[in-house]
Design a protein around this ligand. Structure first.
Ligand code: ADP
Length: 260
């Protein structure tokens, strides 16, 4: 979402950021980090500069998905320099994963410590000029969401991208997520249904592993845009595990059209 000139304050480090998108999901494992990662890659392929802020403090999976595990965050006069994922420096990433000595270490922090880190992420990361800042949030509607929104909202209007899988239980969680957005005044950009069928790589037939269409129905009922369905794609899983650019390697995959 872009701020009208003069409407919002300008903290030094967010001054060059044009749009901020929060990626939300009702529960874990539905592909929120996957969609955040692929969204950033898709925007990069459109020539945009993208930052990713990973505030999923207890499950920071984006460094691995972007092949940046083990890279270090440096300090500059403006604060932390995010990790550049590619040589062209078109995707920058900040994650608690870079601050842990051991990437497998569990973050066992109470709320105030998590909230303090989120505030620091918002104020102290030197993003430079970005077309989009994609914020990968934890599942559900936790204190971390409130802390993220409270920290970001004074400076930019925020848009929410809500990820669900097609099953009724996930859709039910997303209904709560949409209520959260309404109550907190977060504008919903749209709903994405992930793991929406499995397209056989041999015969191209689509099997609806978890049923289909729940996300679209929910979006219609809630009166928010439905943005598309992303099928389960084994190549996508593999690319994410190996930190490779799925968009570049598999432009003919069944998941590609929805992701772009
Ligand atoms: P969340 O962030 O919601 O907890 P993740 O993005 O970490 O979920 O996804 C969970 C797992 O599912 C990951 O291993 C990821 O690679 C895989 N995954 C997610 N979406 C897809 C998809 N459309 N096709 C194949 N694998 C997927």
């Amino acid at each position: 979402m872009e701020a009208a000139a003069g409407e919002y304050g300008e903290p030094g480090n967010l001054a060059g950021v044009r749009h901020i998108i929060l990626v939300l999901s009702g529960k874990g494992g539905v592909g929120k980090s996957t969609i955040s990662t692929e969204l950033a890659l898709a925007l990069r392929h459109q020539g945009k500069k993208v930052g990713i802020l990973d505030v999923d403090l207890c499950g920071p999976s984006i460094p691995r998905m972007l092949g940046s595990q083990g890279k270090a965050v440096h300090q500059c006069d403006q604060g932390w320099v995010p990790v550049f994922v590619d040589q062209e420096q078109s995707i920058s990433l900040m994650s608690v994963g870079f601050l842990l000595e051991n990437p497998d270490e569990a973050v066992v922090w109470k709320g105030p410590k998590k909230n303090a880190l989120i505030k620091q992420f918002v104020s102290d990361v030197a993003w430079g000029q970005l077309d989009f800042l994609v914020v990968d949030t934890p599942p559900g509607t936790s204190d971390e969401h409130m802390a993220t929104m409270e920290a970001l909202r004074p400076y930019r209007p925020l848009g929410a991208l809500v990820i669900t899988t097609p099953q009724a239980v996930s859709v039910g969680d997303v209904r709560r997520e949409l209520t959260f957005c309404r109550k907190t005044g977060l504008q919903v950009i749209g709903v994405v249904e992930n793991m929406s069928g499995f397209v056989c790589p041999h015969c191209a037939e689509c099997t609806n592993v978890f049923s289909r269409g729940g996300g679209e129905e929910l979006a219609q009922l809630a009166g928010v845009p439905f943005l598309g369905s992303v099928p389960l794609d084994p190549e996508l899983t593999r690319s994410l595990e190996e930190g490779r650019d799925f968009m570049q390697e598999f432009p003919k995959s069944s998941a590609f059209p929805a992701l772009t």
